[in-house]
Design a protein around this ligand. Sequence first.
Ligand code: M6R
Length: 608
Amino acid sequence: MCGIVGYLGKKSATDILIEGLSKLEYRGYDSAGVAVIVDGSVVVEKYKGRLANLEEKIDSNKLVGNVGIGHTRWATHGVPSDLNSHPHTNENQTIAVVHNGIIENYMVLKEWLQSEGYKFKSETDTEVIPHLIDYYYEGDLLDAFMKAVKKMEGSYALGVVCKEEPNKIVAVRKDSPLIVGVGEGESFIASDIPAVLNHTRNVYLLEDNEFVLMEDGNVKIFDFNKNEVKKEIYHVTWNADAAEKGGYDHFMLKEIHEQPKAIKDTLTSRVVKGQKINLDSIKITKEQIAEIDKIYIVACGTAYHAGVVGKYAIEKLAKIPVEIEVASEFRYREPLINERTLMIVISQSGETADTLAALRLAKSENARVIAITNVVGSSVAREADDVLYTWAGPEIAVASTKAYVTQLIAMYIIALYFAENKESIRSTEIDKIKSELLNLSEKAAEVLNQKEKVKAFAKKIYMDKDMYFLGRGLDYAVAMEGSLKLKEISYIHSEAYAAGELKHGPIALIEDDTTVIALATQEYLFEKMLSNIKEVITRGAKVIAVAMEGHDVIEKSVDDAIYIPRVMPIVAPILSVIPLQLLSYYISIEKGCDVDKPRNLAKSVTVE
Ligand code: M6R
């Protein structure tokens, strides 16, 4: 859960590393550091705190060199501190290492290395790595590195520089992301593409257990047995601006506004009027679909909430029973999986440790796995049988927004695809939903036009200590997502409840002036929802409602209301989530919180 970069070329390594790290801070920001080869020595600067702190303290006169590695940390082993920051080195600082992941057997390795006379300075698992390389070093960095890596268990993306071989960087990945950027006479490693995009669009997407040797502007890739691997260059087509804020104050606001485009892109070529759903990336056949007797949808956080909508859509359209579960629970029970089970994992990053573990569990029981992910070449994409990419573009803000709506689109596409193959509902019904999907992009833009109204709500309620989100059916699924958004970026305590469940306990929490956000977009549940709204108003709550146009009768009951354009209830979550995202955003701004990098969180959770 960290970001790593490396540079080897002719320019100032320090500048390029710092710039690259600034694009990776979403991966963690407990500390930052660099190691640069300066006049044949390894010079390290690293500090607790954000990258800005490193930039402030760094002595650039001291760090003049063209080869280096850098790191931005999300702490796991060892508290955030200067000492625990990366890069870590061997005792005489001839070898420096940056690491993203966890070395699970580090205690055993540490004890062994200590018995060999090695001295440790930090509390981290990572520190065993430079000592291990030092132990094996006999004049060939790549050889020593490979021997060291073979001793490690766990997950890692690693970058290494060495005083004895100052024109080289070696790297490897296993279960943590790493790409290699290839420029003119220069090369890069990075945890994610935006870190290199100002310098090159040509990258290698590494597979697990692939080693990289960068030397004098050349890049070679080797497998675990040191056979050279010939890889295809992946040419990045999306714009560098896509990874920048593009004029918005925060990535989150930019990403909320990118939703109409993300919806359209994710539908493109898959849902076409008058044609069957086209999923050429998914190879599952009609016969195989007929064999499925149960679907598990497994994911974490926001992706899990997309799965809740997915369950509803698949059961309603494809008539296949679906269980939805958070990955951290799923992986440690004994779920009933067999070759007739289909698992759908959803993960924006494609690197979430629990989701990946659930995927592997399903595969080990011979289930077929479909991955819905936003990151090409990510771990879940590589390990699943089939992949459906969400074309949301890079999502930088920790709070997921555009990835969520595209995950919903992906779920609808899969549900429709199964329904078409199983002929489980009438084709006219399928066509109707397709048309609805194709109009959603414009309707999402209409919802965004109401942002000033949402901003005004935020100004009224940002001082609240607690808020409740209520809904029925799919509105309950969206309520969960709204509540999570609010918690993570504004630090206000909030809960989501199925509105019909209120009377069974939670209504005791409602008192004078408690804010309730009530979702009432599901036409067939509207009257029931109105009754639930009345129940909380009677107990003193102030209510903001999200309803469908034409249901303005709701204004008689609530304090404020916002309307989404009319759509079929099944696709309403795509629109009704937008006011909730905006509400959380503006509340967070009013409270002065760090919107894009909320406390204690990281964008991609690659540890359990
Ligand atoms: O990358 P993933 O979709 O697997 O991430 C899952 C969750 O960590 C993520 O959705 C998290 O809940 C977000 N911060 C929510 O905004």
